[in-house]
Write a protein that binds this ligand. Structure first.
Ligand code: CO8
Length: 299
């Protein structure tokens, strides 16, 4: 077994979950799902790749989001991670991308399924999630994962000095994903959103905190990401413990009414433009350069 599976085995209170995780292979344990009391927990568990997710893993994330949405008896869905990054975005060494017939790599047939459908679906799942959606953010977030992160309700960050968010689409020959063109503006303000999207600059933890994106941070005081994750779980579950469940969920629907229109509009516009970029062929080259370590983002 891998060490992370073992760690989860040690941490988990539920014998059933422990047994399951203990017997998982590395591949199966890449994205994890667990229900603890009234919370569904989704964990990115690919720390050696900074929790970059390949096509299959984003698909798995989406399926877990669907399951969490329908989970009976939960009020909250917590997205958490492992290691030093929350998520480094799409995996540029994705086998699905690297092994595909080069002729397919520039076709509608390929990108409509692998990009357009997947991004619309994932973004909608995050935007339409019924439960309180919380992120325990252990470290930086990049790319599509940043778009998805901007769709959660509550954001807790372990260490502001180590956190940043990066939307490097302009650097990759792409355009905003995950409705980031709408959510970055809403959550950071126009100027910071422009810096993020037009200049592909990282937005620091301090900036994110000052503009109100981050609910709370902890000065990096926990010894491990797992300890931090436990604390976020405890704080948020304590906070809703005595509240009326149906009021929480209806308030979420009401809050969402205000944003639905511009998020859904951004989602469909982004994928249409994104499709154009993949057909043009620039991102394919940039991904290969990243995979070969010929280029790296400036942080
Ligand atoms: N994909 C795959 N592996 C990654 C990724 C990634 N996105 N990011 C980091 N890794 C791997 C590295 O290759 C390295 O692996 P190894 O140890 O085996 O060489 C390991 O994680 C550690 O990374 P670094 O050594 O690079 O760590 P640093 O702290 O020096 O640098 C950075 C961190 C700056 C984050 C750097 O890793 C980086 O620039 N990563 C790229 C991030 C990126 O561009 N992500 C994609 C964003 S775009 C997006 O999400 C939407 C695209 C839609 C795609 C649809 C496709 C089907």
């Amino acid at each position: 077994i891998n060490s992370m599976s073992y760690l989860y085995f040690s941490l988990s209170n539920s014998p059933k979950v422990s047994k399951l995780l203990y017997t998982m292979s590395d591949e199966e344990a890449d994205v994890l799902y667990e229900v603890r009391d009234r919370t569904a927990i989704i964990t990115f568990n690919i720390p050696s790749k900074l929790n970059a997710l390949n096509g299959e893993q984003y698909l798995k994330l989406g399926k877990f989001m669907e399951r969490a949405n329908e989970e009976e008896g939960t009020v909250m869905t917590l997205i958490q991670s492992t290691g030093r990054f929350f998520s480094a975005g799409a995996n540029f060494a994705d086998n699905g991308l690297m092994d595909v017939d080069p002729q397919l790599l520039f076709t509608h047939e390929y990108w409509l399924g692998k990009f357009v459908a997947r991004n619309v679906w994932l973004t909608n799942l995050f935007n339409d999630h019924k439960k309180i959606l919380v992120a325990a953010v252990n470290g930086p977030s990049i790319g599509l994962s940043t778009g998805l992160l901007m769709l959660v309700d509550l954001v807790y960050v372990h260490d502001l000095s180590k956190f940043y968010l990066l939307a490097p689409f302009a650097n990759l020959g792409l355009v905003a994903e995950g409705a980031a063109s709408a959510t970055l503006f809403a959550r950071l303000g126009w100027s910071k959103a422009s810096e993020a999207l037009l200049l592909a600059k990282p937005i620091s933890g301090a900036d994110c905190y000052n503009v109100g994106l981050i609910n709370k941070h902890y000065d990096g005081k926990f010894k491990s990401t797992e300890e931090f994750n436990q604390q976020v779980y405890k704080e948020v579950t304590d906070a809703f413990e005595n509240l009326h469940e149906d009021s929480i969920l209806q308030n979420k629907q009401l809050l969402k009414l205000n944003r639905d229109q511009y998020i859904n509009h951004a989602n469909s516009q982004e994928v249409m433009r994104g499709l154009g970029k993949w057909l043009e062929g620039v991102p394919q080259t940039r991904f290969v350069q990243l995979a070969n370590k010929d280029v790296k983002h400036k942080i």
